[in-house]
Write a protein that binds this ligand. Sequence first.
Ligand code: ZN
Length: 145
Amino acid sequence: MVAHEVAHQWFGDSVALTRWSDIWLNEGFATYAEWLWSEHDGEESAQQLFDMAYAGTDWRQPAGDPGPDRIFGSAVYERGALVVHALRRKIGDDAFFRLLKTWTSERRDGNGDTAQFIATAEKVSGKDLDTFFTAWLTGTTAPPR
Ligand SMILES: [Zn+2]
C-alpha cells in the first residue's frame, strides 16, 4: 500500500489527469508499483502477479474510460496494472523504464491523458502501439498474453 501511495507522487499528483476517464494512468501505475515492490522485496514477481490478475480479470470491463460508476473499480486498478506490465513486455525493459521517466519528466507539474501517453510510448519505443492499447485498455475480451 505504501508503494502504491508513493507512486501517486508521480502518477496522479505531479502528472495529474486531464479527464477522469483516464484514471487508469493513476491507479494502473500505482498498482503496478505494488507489483514492482513485491518483486523487489522477494515476494511474488511482477510476472506472477500479472498471471494471477490476468486469470481473475473480468475482461468485459475496460480499464480505459470505465464510466462514472466504475471509476474506482478493479478494472481501473488491476486491469490497469495488467496494461502496464503487458506494455513492459511489449516494448522491453529498457524502453519501458525510459518511458516512465520521460512521461513523468515531460509532464511534470502538468496534466496528461491516454492519447498523450500512447504517443509518448510510441515515441520512446519506436513502435506502433494503437492495436496493443485497444486490446489491453479498452477491449472486452482477454488479449493474448
Ligand atoms: Zn491509488
